[in-house]
Design a protein around this ligand. Sequence first.
Ligand code: ADP
Ligand code: MG
Length: 625
Amino acid sequence: MEEDRKPAAQEFEYKAEMKQLLHLIVHSLYTHPEVFMRELISNASDALNKVRFMQVTNTPVHQPDAELRISIDINEEKHRIVVEDSGVGMTRDDLIERIGTVASSGTLEFLRGVKEGEQKLDGSQLIGQFGVGFYSVFMVTDEVTIETRHADPDAKGLRWKSRGEGTFTIEEIEKKDRGTRIYFNLKEDVKDLASDWHIKEIIKKYSNFVDFPIYVGKDKVNSVTALWQRKKEEISKEELDEFYKFVANDFREPMDHLHLHIEGRVNFSALIFVPSEAPMGYFDPREEKSLHLYVNRVFIQDDCKELVPEYLRFIKGVVDTEDLPLNVSREVTQSSPVTAKMREIITNRMLGMLEDWTKSDPDRYTDFFRKFGNYLKLGLTTEFSNRERLTELLRFETSKTEPGKYTSLKEYVSAMDEDQKEIYYLTGESRSVVEKNPNLEYFRKNNIEVLFLTDPVDLFTVTSLPDFDGKSIVSIEKADIDIVKDAKKDEKEEEALKGREAKDILARFKEILGDRVEDVVESKRLVDSVATLVVGKEGLDPQMERMMKMMDKNYSGAKKLLEVNLGHPLVRNLARINAANHEDPTLHEAVEQIYEGALLIEDNLENPMDFVRRTMEFMQQATRE
Ligand code: ADP
Ligand code: MG
C-alpha cells in the first residue's frame, strides 16, 4: 500500500571542516587503529547511561525491560564487526547534528594548526580530545552503517550510512529494538582484528571497567564492577590508567590519583585524577568536564560543577554517593548540603595531596605547578576559603633561582635578611625582560631576592594577597619602597653628586621634561643605569597599567617619576655642563635622550624617530676626528 512505502534515503553533505577531519582520520591516523573499539564502546556506554537515567526519573521508554548491555558480533570470514547497544538510540536530528558535525570548536582550531604544520600530529590525541570519537571507525573501514531507534516510545527506526567521503544518507527502516547497531567490514590492512580473541583483548585493555556487560558472541568480557567501588589494593595501575583515559577523554596517563571511600556525615566513593598535562590553550577551562556525579552507581551528571572549586577544575574523575536522590536535578545538586560537604572533603584531600608532593616529591610538585599553577593563582583572586593553603602552594621564579626553578613565599621569607621588612616583586613579560630592568640593579647588588612575576595572572594574584607572614608584598618599581640597605659605599658612590650640584641638575631635568613626569628625583636603586621611571605612591604597577591600556585605548596611566643615578659619570658630566651653561643644547638633547631611553625600556616609547636621530647625532660627535 502507498502509505507503507518508506521515503527514499535522503542524502546529506558534510560541512567542509568535517570533510577535512575525515580526510585526516582516514589518511593520517594509523598509530592505534584498535582504539575505534574503545570509542564505540564508550558511546554505547554513554547511551546506556542515558537510558538508565530516563528510567530512574520515570521517563517512559520503549522496551523498559530490555537488558542494558553491549553486544559485539564478529564474522571472521567477512571481516565484519557489529556493535549493538540497548541504549538511548538516536533521533534523526541526532544523526544529523551529533554524528554529522564536528563536536568542539577546538577541533577546528586544531585542524588549522595541523594544516599549517605547527602541531605535531598524534592520532590518538586527535581522537581522544577532539570529540571525533565515532569517526575513528573510518581508520578501519571504508563504509559504516548505523541502525538506531531512539528510546522514546514513538520513535521510528533509522538507518544512517556513510563512506566517510563527504556525504551520508539517512532513511527510515523497521527496527524492533531500542538502541543502536553499528556495522562495517574491516579494511584489508586491519582485517586481522576481526577475531573474537583479538577483540576481547582490546576490550580487556581499554574498556574493562565499563559499567555495563559487554558480550563478544556469548561471552561476557568485562568485569562490570564500578572501579571506584573496589578496594584500592585490587585495582591495577593499568586499570586506573585506562579508566582515567575513559573519563577524561585523554590519551596520556594521569599524573596521580586519589581514591576515596568516605563514610560518616556524607557517604561517597570517588576516583579522582590529576592529568599529566593541562588542556591546550584554546580550551576554555570552564568548558572542560571535571567530575562526573553518580548516585548509587547510576550516572547522573557529566560535569557536576558544585563538587569542585574553580581552581581545582583541572581534576577529572567520578564521585558516587548514596546520599542524594536518584532523580536529583541540577538545582538540587547545587543547593544540597550533601554536595557542599562532598566538595569540602574533595578540596581538602586534593590540597592535602599537593601539599604532600611539596614535601615528599618536590620535583613532581614543580612539574605540577608549571602546568596547573595558573588555576591555583586564579583561585586566590576569587576564593575566600583555603587562602592560606593556596598561598603556600604558590611558586615563583626569583632573581636568585635558576630559570625554570621555583621558590615558595615561605622559602623566600626564611631566606630574608633581618633588616628586610617587605617582600619584593618585579613584573614583566618574561624572565629575560625582567632581568634587564634597571630597577633590579640595587637589589642585585645588595643580594636582595626579588620575585619575578612574568605571567599576567601573577599580578592579580599578588595584588589580592596583601601580605604574607606579616610582610607586605611590594613592587620594586614603586617609588615608595622602603629600601633598607644603603648601597655599599664604593668609588662611584663617593663620587656621587651632592648638595647644590645635585639639586641643580635634577631641577634642570625637571625643567626640560616639564609635565611629562611627575618629578625628577635622586635614585637609590640604580647602580649601572642612568635613569629609570618609577610609579608614584598612588600609581598602578606598570604591568597592570599595560594591561589597562590593552583593554582601554584611551587609558593614560598616572604620571611617573624619573629617578636619576647621581653617581653615574654621564650625569656628573651633564652637571658640569649645566654649571657652565644652563642653556647648552647638548645638555637638552641628552636629557631628552635619557628620558626616552627609560620609556623605551618600559616599552612605552610611542615614536622612536627622535630617539634614533639623537643617537646618530651623538655617535657622529663621538666619532669626529
Ligand atoms: P562524543 O562521544 O565525544 O560526544 P562521538 O563522536 O564519539 O563524540 O559521538 C558523537 C555523538 O553521537 C555522541 O555524543 C552521541 O550523541 C551520538 N552517538 C554515538 N554513538 C552512539 C550510540 N551508540 N548511541 C547513541 N548515541 C550515539
Ligand atoms: Mg564518544
